[in-house]
Write a protein that binds this ligand. Structure first.
Ligand code: HEM
Length: 454
């Protein structure tokens, strides 16, 4: 294989299909300063560095973000590779400004760099995988973005999504039927993952006989591949995923159905609004975005409820509180901690700092949603919070297309789970809980829970 690939400028981001660029950027810097040392470091911008990738960081991320908001709300330091400078933005005001201003802060590197610069910065792309996975709305700006988004927008409106309620309730119920008699489950694998992957697969119209295979493929998308072995393994997995999609689309062309995939194929065959590369990239984006994030929402929300029994008591007494509780779970422990890296298109001042054309910038949503300047008692879980202007679904042009679906899935998952298993408790010491080492997501590796079997 002549093309290794890693996650380059999107080293910290969701849907890291940019994994396909050959680059040195993601080599891990083993000399990052651990959290303890940050606390002792004198408050001098030049000397300070925040550890944003380690196990210790993930156990304590909100404290680190609090320090950054207080001392360095717009701060440039090396990314995951230890060589690429990235601006990390942590206050609500500036995070929102970046997400809203898609004139200055763009996703499409082609708008900022010419081909030569791109190759120098990102290395050479694997052409096949790049065209199968990367050519989607989240990597576009302006008219290109609007065109791609409008093709699927209608399938995700709140009204259309509400019609899915009975089916989502049924899926949630069936998942619990499988485990209820056992008195325990690993909530992520047994409930939080299979629920959204089944829903998005049905919505698209794709058969998912082997859910675990999807989990493995999806992980290859979102997890930074650091070593040569990891990169090769991820490359092979993404090739498998691309081959799966090619077969799926070929079959569906012969046998169209009444589903979203057939609709997209129809638009592509008409020829003027969607090309083949965009079709495959759209499909991969919807599959990955459509479940990874919601798994985290369900996992983080259940954990928050198990750790805040008085809140849990309230929503069990009054399930009508669940929709507003879901908004608070999205804010309190945001499933997407860091959205995709933006590129500065023209020099601009942000929070008093001069950013230059070509600079890379990551607005940290998980930190913005804990900003005390925006949310009184920001570190408290308050399901009655009003207003709750969280930006867990992003903001501006790339505002989450699947937000209505994610909200509905979150609401149903919590209601069905606590109705069916009111005595759910943690089956692991809280200090043993592990967070996935994927910079984009705030996501538990596992959440073992138990109850009295009936
Ligand atoms: C709790 C669950 C979810 C969260 C927290 C979430 C969060 C986000 C965020 C923060 C973005 C913006 C990323 C950026 O600006 O870089 C985004 C975009 C997107 N999300 Fe979600 N998402 C969730 C569920 C879903 C679901 C269920 C779908 C279903 C298909 C979905 C599809 C998308 C798509 C297609 C985009 C790109 C929109 C665009 O570029 O215009 N998401 N999501």
């Amino acid at each position: 294989m002549n093309n290794t690939f890693v996650h380059p400028i999107d080293s910290d981001s969701i849907f890291q299909c940019a994994t396909l660029w050959k680059s040195k950027i993601e080599l891990y810097n083993g000399v990052e300063i651990p959290l303890r040392q940050i606390e002792e470091t004198p408050l001098m911008t030049t000397a300070r560095k925040y550890e944003l990738y380690s196990h210790e960081f993930r156990q304590n991320s909100y404290a680190v973000f609090g320090q950054m908001r207080a001392n360095d709300p717009v701060f440039q330091q090396m990314g995951l590779d230890g060589t690429t400078q990235i601006w990390f933005i942590t206050r609500y005001a500036e995070v929102q400004q970046v997400l809203l201003d898609d004139e200055h802060f763009v996703r499409d590197s082609g708008l900022v760099y010419n081909a030569e610069e791109r190759e120098k910065i990102f290395g050479k792309a694997d052409q096949f995988l790049d065209s199968m996975l990367n050519n989607h709305m989240l990597n576009k700006d302006g008219e290109n973005h609007r065109r791609l988004r409008s093709l699927v927008g209608k399938a995700f409106t709140p009204k259309v999504i509400q019609n899915m309620r009975p089916r989502i309730e049924m899926i949630a119920g069936e998942l619990l039927d499988r485990v209820q008699g056992n008195g325990k489950m690993e909530l992520i694998s047994d409930f939080a993952f299979p629920l959204p992957i089944t829903v998005i697969a049905e919505l698209l119209g794709i058969p998912i006989h082997n859910q675990n295979q999807f989990r493995i493929w999806s992980n290859a998308f979102v997890r930074p591949a650091i070593s040569e072995e990891e990169q090769q393994a991820a490359f092979l997995l993404l090739q498998e995923f691309a081959a799966y999609m090619q077969k799926l689309v070929a079959d569906r062309r012969l046998h169209p159905r009444d589903d979203l995939l057939s609709g997209l194929i129809h638009v592509e065959e008409a020829g003027d609004r969607l090309n083949e590369s965009e079709l495959f990239s759209m499909l991969s984006l919807l599959i990955v975005a459509g479940h990874e994030t919601t798994v985290s929402l369900i996992g983080n929300a259940v954990l928050a409820l198990l750790q805040n029994p008085e809140v849990r008591e309230k929503i069990m007494m009054n399930p009508n509180l669940i929709p507003s509780a879901v908004e608070e779970f999205l804010r309190y422990d945001s499933p997407v901690e860091r959205p995709l890296t933006r590129i500065v298109k023209e020099d601009i001042t942000l929070g008093g700092f001069q950013l230059k054309r070509g600079d890379l910038i990551i607005p940290i949503i998980g930190s913005a949603n804990r900003d005390g300047a925006q949310f009184p008692t920001a570190d408290v879980l308050d399901i009655h919070r009003k207003p709750n202007s969280h930006i867990a679904f992003g903001k501006g042009a790339h505002y989450c297309l699947g937000a209505p679906l994610a909200r509905l899935e979150g609401e149903i998952a919590l209601r069905v789970l606590f109705e069916r298993i009111p005595d759910l408790t943690l089956d692991i010491a809280p200090e043993e809980l592990e967070w996935r080492d994927v910079p984009t997501f705030r996501s538990l590796v596992q959440l073992p829970v138990k109850w009295t079997p009936r």
